[in-house]
Design a protein around this ligand. Sequence first.
Ligand code: DX5
Ligand code: ZN
Length: 220
Amino acid sequence: MKPLLAPSILSADFARLGKEAKEAQSAGADLLHVDVMDGRFVPNITIGIPVVESLKKEVEIPLDVHLMIVEPEKYIRDFIKAGANYISFHFEAAVHHHRIVETIKSEGAKAGVAVNPSTPINFLEEILPFLDFVLVMSVNPGFGGQKFIETSLRKIEKLKKMAEKLNQELLIEVDGGIKLDNVEKVLSSGARIIVAGSAVFKGNIKENVKAFKEKLKNFS
Ligand code: DX5
Ligand code: ZN
């Protein structure tokens, strides 16, 4: 499938969030990646449900909400009601993964599990058939602008093989440290949703999105 670009608003100017989100959309962004952090699962606090609700009124592209919070099951319904179209929660932050995935799907959103760099991808073996997508973290979650962890590439390839074995149409999303100069190897490994925060919102948003889209075009 054609790869999708999901700019992460974490690196946007929050005082001009609607405007910058629209700018990314009109330049060709396919999804808008929204990083929700609670200061417990990760050492940072960002935004919550009201911001998703407001963003929903500003853009038409789907909202891809990445929950970096403990007890995600408590908030999932509210995020979907606020307008989340894709929701991922962290494998490490949950106990009843299957129940949460079923809740997300029954509320009409696409369900994903996110995995930290040190979490073995094999841990997803049993939940995989129920997922629409997996978010592979290629940095430790919590902050934008970190360096891409190279071993993530092997992990993406491994996940792709696992999904192929199951004959499954799984979308692989990769998040953290993706720039114009490494996006191609991330795509070659099997990723089909590319998250980019600082590489899109720091500098000229329009030019950055267009440059990414140009690279994504060569993959199908
Ligand atoms: C990090 C977030 C990312 C972050 C990526 O915890 O999940 O989505 O915004 O930022 P960059 O692309 O700058 O690494
Ligand atoms: Zn993210």
